[in-house]
Design a protein around this ligand. Structure first.
Ligand code: ADP
Ligand code: MG
Length: 354
């Protein structure tokens, strides 16, 4: 299988007998698994349920652990145990393995993706996490490479220079890549902002609503931790709705009072334009470092859940000769990892080695 072990969301995928890559889903049909772990006594829950508990039980919930992987000092202490980042990541990978095994039977090997900027320490810790989950790592590949694989760039035998614009939940990565006539990919340069992602868009919406609530009722919903967590969850839903619809409503409840706020897409884009601009600055500097003008860039590949926002597409127009987005940009990294896993597995079955 291929696993996109994300900062906020993880996805597992596999290639079927017809040679088609597809994502794997859990018992509820969900394939986007929040990379969040909840501890309760000896019980461990990974995914949406854990994310739902984050506001009410912050001492028992770990999020964003990928930011700490490879850091020898980071620990999460709970119930008399001390968890290293790879221990927590191992629990997430264990859940992805279990999801895969629902449809595939026993799974023992995986290709796992990491950000292009990860150094050896982060890569080794990711391998240890997989081993803790009972998975042998066939290969660690870079996320932008996996995304490019999912677009079939190795098959169509053309020289290309392209950008991978990956805006996820908590990180933004921009990578300039080349591929020559269907041979391997070459990474020209990579840049980004590892403290910028969809989460910041949610925060902008939550703050906007909280300010309106404060004006209307004289109380601030941000004063209450679990109320604020609930507001953030609603803000994320509104943001996702606004990728399709021109307006959406958000209900905020606090201290026995309630306020409904309508937000149009225009308002949302104004509220968050400064965040979008931060990605544009990174993109410009990556192009400058690679000494590329927009005419020399064949295409921009859109990757990551947050790249579904229409404001991202608008900003990217004119940055390359073509914009390319699959219907599910948040699946492409996992699909590419699955394609690589299938290729490596068949090479080793054919006795060609790796
Ligand atoms: P990761 O950061 O773990 O790689 P993803 O690429 O899956 O994760 O991105 C997750 C982010 O994408 C979250 O902030 C989520 O709210 C956002 N997202 C998912 N779908 C949409 C959508 N349709 N419109 C806007 N944002 C979305
Ligand atoms: Mg990602």
């Amino acid at each position: 299988i291929g696993i996109d072990l994300g900062t906020t969301v993880s996805v597992a995928a596999a290639v079927d007998e017809m040679g088609r890559a597809h994502v794997l889903s859990d018992e509820d049909g969900e394939s986007f698994i929040p990379s969040v772990v909840y501890f309760d006594g000896d019980e461990v829950i990974v995914g949406q349920e854990a994310k739902d508990y984050a506001g009410a039980l912050p001492e028992q919930v770990v999020s964003f652990v990928k930011r700490y992987i490879g850091d020898p000092h980071w620990r999460f202490d709970y119930g008399g145990k001390s968890y290293r980042p790879e221990d927590v990541s191992g629990l997430i990978l264990g859940r992805m393995k279990a999801i895969a095994e629902r449809t595939l039977g026993k799974v023992t090997q995986a290709v796992i993706t990491v950000p292009a900027y990860f150094l050896d320490a982060e890569r080794q810790a990711t391998i240890r996490a997989a081993e803790l989950a009972g998975l042998e790592v066939l290969k660690i590949i870079n996320e932008p490479t996996a995304a490019a694989l999912s677009y079939g760039f190795l098959e169509d035998k053309q020289d290309r220079t392209f950008l991978v614009y990956d805006l996820g939940g908590g990180t933004f990565d921009i990578t300039v890549m080349k591929c020559r006539a269907g041979s391997e990919f070459e990474m020209v340069t990579t840049a980004g902002n590892h403290q910028l992602g969809g989460f910041d868009w949610d925060t902008s919406v939550a703050n906007h609503v909280a300010e309106k609530f404060l004006t209307a009722h004289g109380e601030d919903p941000r004063d209450d931790a679990s109320g604020y967590a609930d507001l953030m969850a609603r803000a994320e839903k509104v943001k996702i709705t606004l990728s399709q619809a021109g307006k959406a409503r958000i209900v905020c409840q606090h201290a026995g009072k309630s306020l409904t706020v309508e937000i149009t897409r225009d308002e949302f884009e104004q509220l968050t334009n400064h965040l979008l601009q931060l990605t544009e600055v990174e993109l410009q500097s990556a192009m400058e470092e690679a000494k590329l003008s927009p005419e020399q860039v064949d295409m921009v590949l859109l990757v990551g859940g947050s790249s579904k926002m229409p404001m991202v597409h608008d900003m990217l127009k004119g940055k390359a000769r073509e914009l390319k987005m699959s219907r599910n940009p948040d699946q492409s990294v996992a699909l590419g990892a699955a394609i690589e896993a299938a290729r490596l597995a068949s090479a080793s079955a054919a006795g060609g080695g790796l």
